[in-house]
Design a protein around this ligand. Structure first.
Ligand code: CMP
Length: 147
């Protein structure tokens, strides 16, 4: 099924000059990049985006990390995009990914459970929420796909 998902290259990914590499992998794996924008997120935006983690101990640190520099927001599209992008990223903990998923993106450019370089929506419901959160103009499109 053709799906869209939200991908983010986080500040450590942009600082580390991994962007071209990651985009190369994305295209090689058959995704198309429907939309992208380079933005500096502010605290309020990150808090709302990650609201489900607001009670976690790592929340303040996550806010600091995600506002530490610009991020690249991308809407990716392909058959089974949501699960396939998560598989390509590898596990949340980049230090473990280096051992268990050495070819994953997080293994190559991430550091640990927090500084893991990339984000991907974890379900069709999150994809809908996350894409419309940053790309309001795509909402009709994404809603139609989820019918
Ligand atoms: P992401 O997949 O974008 O979703 C939530 C983010 O919170 C996650 O990537 C990490 O950047 C961060 N995160 C998740 N778990 C932890 C943790 N245990 N400690 C610190 N940061 C975390």
């Amino acid at each position: 099924k053709l799906e869209k998902t939200l991908a983010i290259i986080k500040p450590d990914g942009l600082f580390g000059n991994y962007t071209d590499d990651i985009k190369g992998t994305i295209l090689e794996q058959g995704f198309s990049i429907v939309k992208e924008k380079n933005v500096q997120l502010d605290e309020a935006t990150v808090k709302t985006f990650y609201a489900e983690h607001s009670s976690k101990g790592f929340f303040p640190s996550l806010i600091k990390y995600m506002t530490s520099g610009p991020v690249l927001l991308m809407v990716l599209e392909k058959d089974n995009a949501i699960a396939d992008w998560r598989a390509l990223m590898g596990p949340t903990d980049a230090s473990k990914a280096k051992i268990t998923h050495p070819h994953s993106i997080r293994a190559k450019c991430g550091l640990d459970t927090e500084k893991n370089c990339v984000h991907g929506s974890d379900s069709p419901k999150s994809a809908l929420r996350e894409i419309t959160f940053f790309f309001r103009e795509l909402s009709a499109d994404v809603i139609a796909e989820h019918d």
